[in-house]
Every structure is written in C-alpha cells, then in structure tokens.
Design a protein around this ligand. Structure first.
Ligand code: PGA
Length: 252
C-alpha cells in the first residue's frame, strides 16, 4: 500500500525564518509519530536550506522551479533544488497560473527538467467554477497539455493534485469539495493517464486532493474519496491543525 502523502503548501508564509523553523519543528514532531504517512513541507525558497539543515524526518518541496540553470535572472533550477536536498516540487498551482502567467507549455518544460534532476513533481489541476463545472474539459485538457510527450517511465513518478479552484481557501466563498466528487475526478484522472501511459504505470501515479482540507475532513477524503494524500494550504500554517491532519491520516 502506498503511503499517504501530505504536502504542506505554505505559499508565501510565514513572514520570518524563526517562525518557519518553529512551525517546521512542530510538524516534524508530529511526522515522527505517524505511520504510513509521508510528510512534505513546501516553504518559500529562502527557508529551504535552513529547514533542510534542521529537519530530518520530513521531505522538502519547492513551490515552483524554472526549467534550466543559466542566464535566467530571478529563476531557480531543478538541479539547484536537488543539490540542497529538496525532493518534491509543486507545479502548475492555480495561484501561479492566475498570478504568474504559468502556461501548460511552461509547466511541461518544468516537469521534464524536474524529472531530469530526480525531483518528484506534483502537478496541480482543477476547474475554476463549481456550478456548471466541466471537470472533464478542464482537468483533461490541463493533464494532456502538461503531460503529453513525457516518457511513461518518468510519469510513473508523478503526483497529481486535484485542486478545484473554487475549493481553495484563497478563493472567496470557498468550501471543500465532497469526497465522492473527488473520487469521481480521481477515476477520471486515472483514465486519462491510462490512455497516455497504460493502466499499470497509471496506477503508480499518486492522486491527492487539495482545497480547504482540514482536520475535520481529511479522514473522509482518504477513505470515502480514496485520495492518496492531500495538498494543504491554510490548515498547514498552524502546528495544531497540521499535526492533527498528520495524526488522523496515520490512523486511517
Ligand atoms: P487551502 O490551499 O488548503 O488553503 O485551500 C490548498 C492549496 O492552494 O494548495
């Protein structure tokens, strides 16, 4: 059985290094007690090295990466991340698609470069509207545009985060999706992946859920929704709520 993957997406939080170290330390304490759970913290770039030096029992993720090193002012490359002990990278988050102009073409280049550096990409996909939503049109198109042409052997190491944008806490009026709907989308994602890389390899791709995950709903996403983990934003910013999510996931 695959371990449950819990990724703390800190976004541009917290404000200072000392807050980041203190939050990271309490997350590690909870992670050490958990069984069958893989915990990854994805902090802002400046906190990656100090967190890596301090924390041994949690994985580290970046929230973005560029596709190359070289003359690209302001960018960070996959090799640079790998060289400091980062293992995961979140790509195509809706906040980056909206605020930083991320395109599927660019996301594909980032996924390829991340695989080449042996990072584990987490590709975020999800529809914007809850009402009249056309999950298959948006999720299917985002998956195909970002993944087509990437070798099947690499894709088997991918994680997909299904994040309906309307359910992400930064969207006004956000509420979590239902586990039942998340499950339906997971099945759909697996079908698209099966078409692209064959059923066996598609089975090894983890599908996780993101969007207002909390201690109150994590259990049902893992059990009723059969999600293989979660990408957690606001509830990962307080040590109590994220530790609770780790503990509950460990007991599922
Ligand atoms: P949220 O964020 O848990 O605060 O809804 C999830 C995400 O944006 O990845």
């Amino acid at each position: 059985m695959k371990k449950v993957l819990l990724v703390a997406n800190w976004k541009s939080n917290p404000a200072t290094l000392s807050q980041a170290l203190s939050l990271g330390t309490s997350v590690e304490r909870a992670a050490k007690k958990a069984r069958g759970v893989e915990v990854v913290i994805a902090p802002p770039f400046p906190f990656l090295i100090p967190l890596r030096s301090k924390l041994k029992a949690v994985g580290l993720g970046a929230q973005n990466v560029f596709w190359s090193d070289g003359p690209y002012t302001g960018e960070v490359s996959p090799k640079q991340l790998a060289s400091i002990g980062v293992d995961h990278v979140i790509l195509g988050h809706s906040e980056r698609r909206t605020h930083a102009g991320e395109t599927s073409e660019g996301i594909k280049k980032k996924i390829l470069a991340s695989f080449a550096a042996r990072l584990r990409p987490i590709l975020c996909v999800g529809e914007h509207e809850r009402t009249g939503r056309d999950v298959s049109a948006v999720v299917g198109a985002e998956l195909r545009a970002a993944l087509e042409g990437i070798p099947a052997a690499s894709l088997a190491r991918l994680t997909i985060a299904y994040e309906p944008v309307w359910a992400i806490s930064s969207t006004p009026g956000a509420v979590a999706d239902t586990p039942e709907n998340a499950f339906r989308v997971k099945v759909y994602i697996r079908r698209i992946l099966s078409d692209m890389i064959g059923q066996k390899k598609a089975e090894s791709v983890r599908v996780i859920y993101g969007g207002s995950v909390s201690p109150a709903n994590i259990r049902s996403f893992l059990t009723d929704g059969e999600m293989e983990g979660a990408l957690i934003g606001s509830a990962s910013l307080t040590s109590q709520s994220f530790s609770d999510i780790i503990r509950i996931s460990s007991q599922r």
